[in-house]
Design a protein around this ligand. Structure first.
Ligand SMILES: O=P(O)(O)OC[C@H]1O[C@H](OP(=O)(O)OP(=O)(O)O)[C@H](O)[C@@H]1O
Ligand code: HPA
Ligand SMILES: [Mg+2]
Length: 175
């Protein structure tokens, strides 16, 4: 669209790759729960699928929350963001727990990037608390609590999207 910043491809963003291991992710999620524990208690956790499922499980476990719902949104085809599609909305039971506006509910996602996904969910639950593990500057104003900020041109590689592979030594012929 005219006037909008052009989208960067994964290759362009990979100029600043930010790989996250399972161990690191678990520690960052635990750090997030330390902060959220000061804000709660929460009646339920709402995970933004699919990336929000992993932190939601860890956060819910740490905070002792047993009601977990999902809002299922698809937008990125790997690195390219298209139109947001709500494949499943928030359940009536969770809506009721949040009094219709999300009060006392905790929305969890792995990250905010442009903020488009977070904005859409915030519109569904304006009074909910929104937490992500990572945040990029464009999406950051939408988030109530997060752990690590990375630059907008960084691409975060999550452990469920990656695998260990051989990396050649820096110095030629050192193998
Ligand atoms: O702030 P935004 O620019 O909207 O991007 C952030 C969203 O993008 C990713 O999800 P994605 O749509 O790739 O789906 P997935 O969670 O199923 O991988 C990520 O998990 C966030 O939900
Ligand atoms: O930096 C990212 N990493 C993985 N998925 C994403 N979806 C939007 N931004 C990202
Ligand atoms: Mg997602």
């Amino acid at each position: 669209m005219a006037g909008e910043t052009p989208q960067l491809s994964a290759e362009e963003r990979a100029g600043r790759p930010f790989p996250v291991s399972w161990d690191q992710f678990h520690r960052d999620c635990r750090a997030l729960t330390w902060r959220l524990n000061e804000v709660g208690p929460f009646h339920a956790v709402i995970a933004i699928t699919r990336g929000g499922l992993v932190p939601a499980a860890i956060v819910a476990r740490e905070l002792g929350v047993r009601v977990i719902d999902t809002v299922c949104i698809a937008s990125y085809d790997h690195d390219k963001q298209g139109e947001l599609q709500v494949l499943k909305g928030i359940s009536d039971a969770a809506m009721k727990l949040g009094g219709g506006t999300g009060k006392g509910l905790l929305i969890v996602d792995d990250l905010v990037d442009t903020g488009k996904t977070g904005k859409l969910v915030r519109e569904m639950l304006p009074d909910a608390h929104f937490a992500t593990v990572y945040a990029k500057p464009k999406g950051r104003p939408l988030v109530d609590t997060f752990i690590t900020e990375v630059s907008q041109d960084t691409w975060i590689f999550f452990p469920w999207d990656t695998a260990l592979s051989y990396h050649p030594p820096l110095r030629d012929g050192a193998a």
